[in-house]
Write a protein that binds this ligand. Structure first.
Ligand SMILES: NC(=O)c1ccc[n+]([C@@H]2O[C@H](COP(=O)([O-])OP(=O)(O)OC[C@H]3O[C@@H](n4cnc5c(N)ncnc54)[C@H](O)[C@@H]3O)[C@@H](O)[C@H]2O)c1
Length: 273
């Protein structure tokens, strides 16, 4: 008997080409799920820390004997989001898991007064409106699934927000607000759809080494400050986040919904230094 726990399940992961989304896609495939890898482009963010950056996520999954496709989508464009879900169903015929990982963060840090309308629009289009749309599309598909009695659900959603959605971090008001909205989409959506056996949870990463944050990892002032304010002796890796996401996808978490799990080395606990 296979010890894989998601055999027969189909997962759609946004932001799957790089960093946390890629780690989630690979972890899901290792548990036997077929994976629809959605992103702007199939190639990984060249700023990323993965040793096999030159191989696309679906190719890594195929190399491991799993099933995966790539679907190009800009999560800030709701028509493209609809199209991506349609392609997933055309290919695999069902959907069981959605990981909303694609995110927009505009470097560098800046004061609130210097943020522009364009920055707010783009940040909310990708981080909030695109995610809400993907959740609604997934939920309507999940409602056509039978409850899987072993798994305990009709479908799962895991949103990736940020420690910045929980505590205020200097210089990123629009981003923080978009992630705080995502935290509450998780809670409010979970209340509506618990009756449908649909779990909606959220993982809030702390400072994690990926392409999106490379610019900060290379700035000595920023990285020294971050190390000081992070209680755990090391900063995060994409797999730390993916492992928590996997918890919310497996049978063991079937009675958990609407929860926000910080995975941040204690960053949001209080004042560390
Ligand atoms: N790295 C961190 O320190 C950190 C901390 C907190 C939260 N996060 C969140 O984690 C998530 C994943 O980021 P990451 O750290 O893995 O960065 P990353 O750059 O490695 O990966 C992000 C991926 O999302 C894709 N993407 C960006 N905009 C998109 C769009 N409009 N449509 C489709 N795909 C898009 C990118 O192409 C990229 O492949 C993001 O939501 C981010 O806000 C990251």
């Amino acid at each position: 008997m296979s010890d894989k726990q998601l055999v027969g399940k189909v997962a759609l992961v946004t932001g799957a080409s790089s960093g946390i989304g890629r780690a989630c896609a690979l972890s899901l495939a290792k548990q036997g799920a077929s994976v629809v890898c959605c992103d702007l482009r199939a190639e990984a963010n060249p700023q990323g820390f993965e040793p096999d950056l030159h191989i696309t996520t679906p190719d890594v999954i195929s190399g491991l004997g799993g099933k995966a496709i790539f679907v190009a989508v800009d999560m800030g464009d709701l028509k493209q989001v609809e199209k991506a879900f349609k392609e997933a169903i055309d290919k695999f015929g069902r959907l069981d898991i959605l990981i909303n990982c694609a995110g927009y963060w505009a470097s560098p840090f800046r004061d609130f007064v210097d943020e522009t309308d364009e920055l707010w629009q783009k940040t909310f289009d990708v981080n909030t409106l695109g995610v809400a749309k993907a959740c609604r599309l997934a939920i309507s598909l999940y409602k056509t699934n039978e409850v899987d009695e072993t798994w305990g659900s009709r479908g799962r959603i895991v949103n990736i927000s940020s420690c910045a959605g929980h505590v205020a971090i200097k210089g990123e008001v629009a981003y923080s607000a978009s992630k705080a909205a995502l935290n509450h989409i998780t809670r409010a959506g979970a209340i509506d759809h618990a009756k449908d056996h649909i779990n909606i949870n959220c993982v809030a990463p702390g400072i994690t080494a990926t392409g999106i944050s490379r610019v900060n990892f290379e700035d000595e002032n920023i990285i020294n400050t971050w190390k000081k304010i992070n209680p755990w002796p090391r900063l995060g890796k994409a797999q730390d986040i993916a492992d928590a996401v996997m918890f919310f996808c497996l049978p063991c978490s079937q009675w958990i919904t609407g929860q926000l799990l910080p995975v941040d080395g204690g960053f949001t606990l209080g004042i560390a230094s």
